[in-house]
Design a protein around this ligand. Sequence first.
Ligand SMILES: *C/C=C(C)/C=C/C=C(C)/C=C/C1=C(C)CCCC1(C)C
Length: 247
Amino acid sequence: MTLLEVLIIPKDDAVAFTFFTGYMAMLAASIFFFFERGRVSDKWKLSLLVSALITFIAAVHYYYMRDYYLATGENPTALRYIDWTLTVPLMCVEFYLLTKAAGAKIGLLWKLIVASVWMLVAGYIGEAFNPEGGDTSHSVLWGFLSTIGYIYILYTAWFGEVAKLAEASNNAVVKKGVRTLAWFVLVGWAIYPIGYMCMPGGWLNTSFGWGSENVDLFYNIADAINKIGFGLVVYSIAISSTKEEKA
Ligand SMILES: *C/C=C(C)/C=C/C=C(C)/C=C/C1=C(C)CCCC1(C)C
């Protein structure tokens, strides 16, 4: 494989397109969040730094994933899960930082991190060790185990500790912001299992004939929505609160 071959993007390859746009969007978002830190009051600076780190870590992984994909035509499963194992816990940190003023304890952060690592390790086993030849029991079992972690986070964001703390914060901006992030977890994060089911032997793969390249297509779209969108919600909470504090 020469370097030149690696750089050719086939004109009908939507997955390659999303890898390249995803990379650039993540990088641009990181620069944006990092510089905008200067515009928010001190107590919001850490939240914005975390937003910038999430998109920056993703940008570095996309840099490698797009080349991997172009060179091999395969899903960069390992890089994908390494990225998520770093960025999803950081998204849990965002929830923690938002509810900290209302009394969130560090235990809440650990519970969310354990649930997300559970979700991702199970997903990785389901995906990376999916046997060839259409035996679906492996990916179904690990997909199910992974979903338990997902549901725990979903529950915590909508009805559990995070939701209760946001409610108790008496801060309309934080309440609305946490609710918006909970919507991201419900709708944006639900795109990932759809991608997972496009794996060879997966339900969407066998029932609708959706090829395994769609795994990456869904993951790339979901990453852009969730990582950049999540960051923008945190950013808008920070900007609104800074304005209120000054008034
Ligand atoms: C920035 C990356 C994010 C927000 C990744 C989120 C990933 C998920 C919510 C993955 C969930 C999965 C299931 C619920 C079941 C099937 C396996 C997974 C890992 C795709």
